[in-house]
Ligand binder design. Structure first.
Ligand SMILES: Nc1ncnc2c1ncn2[C@@H]1O[C@H](COP(=O)(O)OP(=O)(O)OP(=O)(O)O)[C@@H](O)[C@H]1O
Ligand SMILES: [Mg+2]
Length: 466
């Protein structure tokens, strides 16, 4: 993976320049001769020893390198050359390294090819031959690069179950892909219905744990006394009613992922037990004496601000930092540019198929309503409204009424532009105030007006701030 980050973009400005070739050669007369012969076709970078070669390699990421195996401080041995080869390839496994050896050192040349060199040459170098080999190496390297570009691009397709093209959600997709490759705990935050569980599932499915279980437990849905045994299991006789030994979710999720929903609701004693697991990967069943090692990845979600909970002493700071090694904040639906209509269309398609109803789309007013509504319940609310609208719809198009969304346009129709503008403005400011919980300074900032201007507008439009 690290190699990808080193690849300059394929369509870079570099492309108009000559391709970069790194020549590692301690014999300065040979180096000069090579540079002179190749400078017309390539930007030739010269290095006379391993440290210099590696520095240039890291900085310039040349796709092709010619590497003299005998380098100082041991120019008569191949040691430094082999070390340089291995370091270069571990930095960029796609580099094409052409090894150059002294006469009668074919064994070393073959060994180098065995270790990942692209090709070899024995001195004295025939420049014409070298040119052919270089041409081919650059060509192969370019093909590989194009191929990887394509692969990366297809990887950035949205996940099957998660839709969205807005930059806001694309950023979430990128985080999902990154953390899926690791085993770190993940904290997913966001308003209710933004897709936190879906994100956890996507990470699980893209991770090496995908064949293991994905276990969800909602910390706020189970009373504290039961939650402890639900999570950690209990021994026979641990408490009244514990007739048999029982394994908890940690144990049953072994090899997979345990998703702790509404983590902010976890009681302080259970927070301690969870922290212990995150530190040592060990749990103890309720009433048990032995520690059990468990390989499970923990992800957690919250729609509350844990920082507030920490300030109030309801959430442990150390747990917060352990859990939130990686935090993925989910943007509210209203902030995902363009995604509302994309999701609405896809949901309409799904539900009208399910209900065997022929509905061709949304009326203009319905589109306006979908776009301007505040969506406090986010994607889940959108699902519910469209599900209902499909059932209720009488015509071939969904109306704001089917969605149970009244839109200002419909209210304002027939009232002239001046009134409509005023109505829209009022609605717009009201929503912004609502979003900012009545904070005028923040609202003014969001709307791009000064505080006095906002106060003036509120007075003119008859808006009373609660
Ligand atoms: N980007 C998306 N594309 C398609 N469907 C989505 C997307 N995000 C969420 N959903 C759907 O919206 C619903 C709510 O998602 P989910 O349960 O993951 O949200 P949540 O953040 O966990 O909600 P809550 O806070 O209420 O538990 C689910 O049916 C899910 O499939
Ligand atoms: Mg959820």
């Amino acid at each position: 993976m690290t190699q990808y980050s080193n690849i300059p973009p394929f369509q870079s400005s570099r492309e108009k320049e000559k391709p970069r070739l790194l020549v590692v050669e301690d014999d300065s007369s040979i180096a000069t001769q090579m540079k002179w012969a190749l400078a017309q076709d390539y930007e030739v970078l010269l290095a006379e020893d391993r440290p210099n070669a590696l520095e240039l390699f890291r900085q310039e990421i040349p796709p092709v390198v010619t590497l003299d195996l005998g380098l100082p401080p041991h120019p008569s041995e191949a040691k430094e050359g082999f070390a340089a080869l291995s370091e270069m390839l571990s930095h960029d496994g796609f580099a094409k390294v052409i090894v150059i050896t002294g006469q009668g050192e074919k064994d070393n040349a073959l060994k180098a090819v065995g270790e990942g060199a692209y090709d070899f040459f024995c001195k004295p170098i025939q420049i014409d031959e070298l040119k052919v080999v270089l041409q081919r190496a650059f060509y192969v390297s370019q093909l590989e690069r194009e191929n990887r570009e394509l692969q990366l691009r297809s990887n950035s397709e949205p996940f099957a179950a998660m839709l969205g093209t807005s930059p806001q959600i694309q950023e979430v997709f990128a985080s999902i892909r990154k953390v899926a490759a690791t085993d770190a705990p993940v904290l997913i935050t966001g308003e209710s219905g933004t897709g936190k569980e879906l994100v956890a599932k996507a990470i699980h499915q893209l991770s090496t744990r995908k064949t293991g279980p994905f276990s969800v437990i909602n910390c706020s849905a189970i009373p504290e006394t039961l939650l402890e045994s639900e999570l950690f299991g209990h021994e026979k006789g641990a408490f009244t009613g514990a007739h048999i030994q029982r394994k908890g979710r940690f144990e049953t999720a072994r090899g997979g992922t345990l998703f702790l929903d509404e983590i902010g609701e976890l009681s302080l004693p259970l927070q301690v037990k969870l922290l212990r697991f995150l530190q040592e990967q060990r749990i103890e069943r309720v009433g048990g004496r032995e520690e059990i090692f468990i390989d499970v990845r923990v992800m957690a979600a919250t729609n509350r601000d844990l920082k507030d909970a920490m300030k109030e002493g309801r959430f442990r700071e150390d747990l917060y930092y352990r859990l939130g090694v990686v935090t993925i904040p989910l943007p509210p639906l209203r902030d995902r540019e363009g995604d509302i209509l994309l999701l609405a269309a896809s949901l309409l398609h799904r539900y009208s198929d399910e209900n065997k109803k022929k509905i061709s789309g949304f009326t203009t007013q319905a589109i306006g309503a979908l776009e301007t509504y505040h969506w406090p319940g986010n994607v889940r609310e959108l699902e519910n409204r469209i599900k209902r609208a499909v059932i209720m719809a009488e015509g071939s198009k969904i109306t704001p009424k089917d969605l149970e969304l009244s839109f200002q346009y419909t209210k304002l129709e027939g009232r002239g532009l001046r009134e409509a503008r005023k109505g829209l403005e009022k609605d717009f400011i009201l929503r912004a105030l609502q979003r900012n919980k009545g904070n005028v300074t923040k609202t003014a900032e969001e709307l791009g007006v000064s505080r006095p201007t906002l106060y003036g507008l509120m007075e003119k439009l008859g808006i009373k701030n609660r």
